[in-house]
Design a binder for this molecule. Structure first.
Ligand SMILES: Cc1cc2nc3c(=O)[nH]c(=O)nc-3n(C[C@H](O)[C@H](O)[C@H](O)COP(=O)(O)O)c2cc1C
Length: 335
């Protein structure tokens, strides 16, 4: 699998990144239609966390399958769980193209997609057709034109719509691609937002007799003080998991030509800061809330390092683009 991906990667890298992404997903859909079977090796390292049983701890990160339109193909790769989205209440076009770039020398990506998506109702229609018995989470966000003061209404709308059709929900307050979004990590905004969503979670649990875990996703650009404050809020609000991290606005690890380009960096250039933030949350939270490690995982060694820093589950995105789907098997069977 790895050799095959290495052979076709130069061809893929000749296409614009967004087109390559959709072309590959189309091919994977076809492959899944012909040989739709969840691989045996993917079942060999189960993990139980917050009431959910994961066949293995390696997940697909948000932003890869925004509308849950390719779940059979992606589970076919052996993922233990898939986070779809980010999704907003209403459809929005996102930023102008080009908005996704390969930084090949840095083995990284720069994206400023700006939450282009068809809205939560479209996602829900796809979730109704999701493969049974697999774990699917939804990454939710506010619309770009919703003010921070009104943000809770958007998150609540998304939560209510997706809760019946998914296994967990991730509250995205850390994408750098929506102006001001990261201010929701400021203590007052954050406390109110999480409190409101936990109330909705509890009301839904009473109503539907089903607890849908709420995860929260943080930025890699937080300092130690900010992490301590957030960790305290997450513990008080009894968040079900913390996903560390989203993409970075730091340009220290990329060459000159990318320094002034807007967007978030993922991949190898993110690895160090994502690891540091993961470790800082682990020392602030301990085992009180499980941590999901994401950011720059390109190998089994990267995955092991995340686990050593406190991650119970992992997520991949950019590593898949550079290393191919064989990376999932390497990690799952090697851990
Ligand atoms: C094109 C693209 C779109 C993304 N969209 C989202 C998103 O909608 N919501 C979110 O929380 N993270 C999003 N992310 C961030 C990833 O989920 C992940 O946190 C980040 O890329 C770091 O992991 P990696 O280094 O393995 O890519 C996106 C990343 C990329 C590259």
């Amino acid at each position: 699998m790895k050799k095959m991906y290495r052979a076709i990667r130069p061809l893929l890298f000749m296409c614009p990144p967004e087109s390559a992404h959709h072309a590959v997903l189309g091919l994977l859909d076809l492959q899944a239609k012909l040989f739709n079977k969840y691989p045996e090796w993917a079942l060999q390292r189960p993990e139980h966390l917050g009431g959910l049983s994961f066949p293995n701890p390696v997940g697909l990160a948000a932003g890869f399958d925004n509308h849950a339109a390719h779940l059979p193909a992606l589970f076919h790769m052996g993922f233990g769980f898939i986070e779809v989205g980010g999704i907003t209440p209403k459809a929005q076009p996102g930023r102008l193209k080009p908005r996704l770039f390969r930084l090949q020398a840095e083995q990284s990506l720069l994206n400023r997609m700006g939450f282009c998506n068809l809205g939560v109702d479209h996602l829900v229609e796809n979730l109704k057709k999701r493969p049974a018995g697999q774990i699917v989470g939804v990454n939710i966000c506010k619309n770009t034109d919703t003010s921070l003061v009104d943000a809770l209404q958007d998150y609540l709308y998304c939560f209510e719509r997706v809760a019946p059709f998914c296994d967990y929900v991730t509250i995205n307050i850390s994408s750098p691609n929506m102006p001001g979004l990261r201010e929701l990590q400021d203590s007052d905004y954050c406390r109110n937002l999480l409190k409101g969503l936990k109330k909705a979670q509890s009301a839904y649990a009473d109503r539907a007799d089903r607890y849908v875990p709420l995860w929260v996703k943080v930025a890699p650009d937080l300092n130690v003080e900010e992490i301590k404050v957030l960790a305290d809020i997450f513990c008080t609000q009894k968040m079900d998991a913390v996903v560390a991290t989203n993409t970075t606005i730091n340009r220290a690890n990329v060459s000159e030509q990318w320094r002034d380009q807007a967007g978030g960096i993922s991949g190898r250039a993110l690895n160090e800061s994502a690891d540091a933030v993961l470790a800082a949350f682990h020392s602030a939270i301990g085992e009180a809330i499980p941590l999901v490690g994401v950011g720059g995982i390109f190998s089994l060694a990267d995955a092991k390092r995340k686990c050593a820093k406190g991650a119970k589950l992992l997520q991949l995105y950019t590593g898949l683009i550079y290393e191919g789907p064989g990376l999932v098997k390497d990690i799952v069977t090697g851990l």
